[in-house]
Design a binder for this molecule. Structure first.
Ligand SMILES: [Zn+2]
Length: 511
C-alpha cells in the first residue's frame, strides 16, 4: 500500500515542476472454487467456497486455519483503520461488516468449526498426510461495510478484497494467525488457483484478479473468473466505470476510471510503462492481464494480484504526479508481494522497501537521475523526522505506533538502505540479484535471507557484510538507532538481546 503523504508528495510536485501468459499451473498447489452472489440493495453476498487444500508441508496436519478478514470490520473499536482516520474510512458513519460461516464440510462430512473473530479453525476428521488433499466446502454470508478502505462499498465502487475464507499459511513457525492490523498490509498467503463465479447486477462493470468474462441474464450478469498462481483474489465493481485498454507484449493492461478520459488514458500509460519497465528490469510480468482501478480508497493505493486500487481523488490534473507515483508503486508490488510473496506482518519491509526502491527506479528510467535524486532527498528528509523512533526496518508491522512512523522506517529508510547497497555493489550486480530473486521465488514466499542469497550470488560475494555496512552508514548520519536489517536470521544470537543498546554493541562487534 502507498500511504498518500500530502506534505512530501506536494513538495515533490513543486520541485519536479520546476525541474504465455505464464500458466505454471502446478498440480500440487491449493485451489479455490468460489460461487457468490452480490446483492447491492443490502450490500451483502452469499457464497460457497470449496478449497482443495494440498498439504505441501512435511508434517501431517490435524486442523486447517482460515482468516476471516471481514470480521475485523464488525466493531468500531477493532476496525482496521487508525482511530484518527475513522472519519475518512467511514464518510457516512460506521456500520458493521462481517462474515458469517454457515457450515463447513470436509468431503461429504459436516465438520465442527471454531470461529474466533478473524480466525476459523477447521478440525479435520482424519490427519492430512504430506502430499494429500482435503476438500473443504464452506457456506458463508458476507456483509459489506460502508468503508472507503480495501473492503466495502462507497459512492462509486464495491470492493471485494480479503472477502472470502482464506487459508492461513503454515510455515516453519507453524500456522500464521495474525489479526487484521490497522497499520501496513498485514497479509501473508500462499499462491493458489482460483475459479470464481460471481453474480452481480448487470449494470455493474467488474475489474478483478485473473481473467473474466460475463454473461447477462435477467438483469444480472454472471462473471466467470479464472486466475492461476495468485496469492489473493480481489474484485472491484462499479456501475459508473469507464475502461481504456492497452497492451505490452501480450499483457493486457486496463485502466478503470471515472470522469476525464484524458486522465484515464494517462493512468493507462503509467501502468503500461511500469509493466514494461519492471518486466524488462526484473523479469516478465507473469500474468496475462493487469487492472489499474480508480476506487473509493482514501489511502493512496493498494495492491492485489493483477489488480490495484487507486484513490479516485488522484485522477485530476492537480494530482497527476502523485497519480503516476502511486501507480508506479502499486505496479512494482506486482513483482514484490504479488509474484514474490513474503510475510507482510513479520517482514513488511521486504516488499515495501523493494517496491519503494523500484518506484524511484521507474522515475530514474523515464525522467532521469535528477528526478530520482529528488526522491531520495525527500525520503531522507522524512526519515530524519523520525530520527527518535526506536523502530528498525526489520520490525513487524504491529510494533509501529502509526502509519507515518511505519512509512518513514519501512518504506523510506528501507528504500534508502537498498540504495546504499546498490551504490556499494553497482547497479548491474544489484539488478542481476533482483532478477535472480524474482526468478527463484516467483510464486513462492521469500525471506530477507533469500534476498541476501540472491544478491550475494549476483555480486559474487557475501552480501550480509554489505547489509551491515548499510546500517553503519545510516548510523553515521544519526538518522536512527542502529538497525538490524538482514541481521535477523543470520546472526540469531543478536535476537536474544532485547532493546536497542545491545544491538549497538553487537553490530559494532560484527563490523
Ligand atoms: Zn506499497
Amino acid at each position: 500500500m502507498k500511504k498518500y503523504r500530502t506534505c512530501i508528495l506536494l513538495a515533490l510536485v513543486v520541485v519536479i515542476a520546476l525541474g504465455g501468459y505464464l500458466y505454471l499451473t502446478a498440480k500440487n498447489i491449493t485451489s479455490y472454487i468460489i460461487d457468490a452472489q452480490l446483492d447491492t440493495h443490502v450490500m451483502a453476498l452469499t457464497g460457497r467456497e470449496t478449497v482443495k487444500y494440498v498439504n505441501t508441508e512435511d508434517v501431517p496436519l490435524k486442523e486447517i486455519y482460515f482468516h476471516l478478514y471481514p470480521n475485523a470490520f464488525k466493531d468500531e473499536t477493532i476496525a482496521p483503520f487508525p482511530p484518527e482516520e475513522m472519519g475518512r474510512a467511514y464518510p457516512d458513519g460506521f456500520s458493521p461488516g462481517y462474515i458469517d460461516i454457515l457450515s463447513v464440510k470436509v468431503g461429504e462430512e459436516d465438520i465442527q468449526f471454531d470461529v474466533d473473530n478473524t480466525i476459523m479453525k477447521v478440525t479435520l476428521p482424519h490427519e492430512l498426510t504430506p502430499g494429500k488433499t482435503a476438500d473443504i466446502t464452506i457456506n458463508f454470508v458476507v456483509k459489506l461495510p460502508p468503508s472507503d478502505g480495501r473492503f466495502g462499498y462507497g459512492k462509486y465502487t464495491v470492493r471485494l478484497a480479503n472477502w472470502y475464507p482464506v487459508v492461513s499459511v503454515y510455515d516453519s513457525d507453524g500456522w500464521n494467525l495474525d489479526p487484521y492490523y490497522a497499520i501496513g498490509d498485514p497479509f501473508y498467503s500462499d499462491v493458489a488457483n482460483y475459479t470464481v463465479r460471481l453474480v452481480a447486477p448487470a449494470e455493474y462493470i467488474m475489474a478483478s484478479t485473473g481473467t473474466a468474462r460475463g454473461e447477462e441474464n435477467q438483469g444480472n450478469r454472471l462473471w466467470f473468473i479464472k486466475a492461476n498462481n495468485v496469492r489473493d483474489m480481489a474484485i472491484v465493481l462499479s456501475d459508473r466505470f469507464k475502461v481504456k485498454s492497452g497492451e505490452y507484449k501480450g499483457i493486457k493492461v486496463n485502466s478503470f476510471y471515472f470522469g476525464d478520459d484524458k486522465i484515464g488514458e494517462r493512468s493507462l500509460k503509467y501502468a503500461a510503462d511500469a509493466v514494461k519497465y519492471f518486466s524488462e528490469t526484473f523479469g516478465k510480468y507473469p500474468y496475462s492481464e493487469y487492472d489499474v482501478v480508480a476506487a473509493d480508497f482514501y489511502i493512496g493505493g493498494m495492491e492485489y494480484p493483477q489488480l490495484v486500487m487507486i484513490d479516485r481523488s488522484l485522477y485530476n490534473k492537480n494530482n497527476i504526479f502523485v497519480l503516476e507515483e502511486v501507480i508506479a508503486h502499486e505496479t512494482a508490488h506486482q513483482w514484490w508481494y504479488g509474484a514474490v510473496g513474503n510475510d507482510e506482518v513479520e517482514e513488511p519491509w521486504l516488499d515495501e522497501a523493494l517496491t519503494e526502491f523500484s518506484t524511484v527506479m521507474y522515475f530514474e528510467n523515464y525522467y532521469g537521475n535528477e528526478v530520482a535524486e529528488r526522491f531520495w532527498k525527500a525520503y531522507d528528509g522524512f526519515v530524519k523526522k523520525y530520527a527518535d523512533s526506536p523502530r528498525s526496518i526489520t520490525d513487524p508491522v504491529n510494533e509501529f505506533k502509526d502509519g507515518d512512523e511505519y512509512g518513514a522506517v519501512v518504506y523510506e529508510k528501507g528504500a534508502l538502505s537498498l540504495k546504499r547497497i546498490r551504490d556499494e555493489i553497482g547497479k548491474e550486480a544489484f539488478i542481476k540479484g533482483l532478477r535472480e530473486y524474482y526468478k527463484t521465488y516467483k510464486f513462492k514466499n521469500a525471506t530477507v535471507e533469500d534476498l541476501i542469497k540472491a544478491l550475494s550470488k549476483a555480486a559474487d560475494k557475501d552480501m550480509s557484510t554489505y547489509f551491515k555496512k548499510g546500517i553503519g552508514i545510516l548510523n553515521n548520519l544519526n538518522l536512527f538507532q542502529p538497525d538490524v536489517i538482514a541481521i535477523k536470521g543470520i546472526y540469531p544470537e543478536i535476537a536474544k538481546y532485547p532493546g536497542t543498546n545491545p544491538f549497538r554493541i553487537c553490530i559494532h562487534e560484527l563490523l
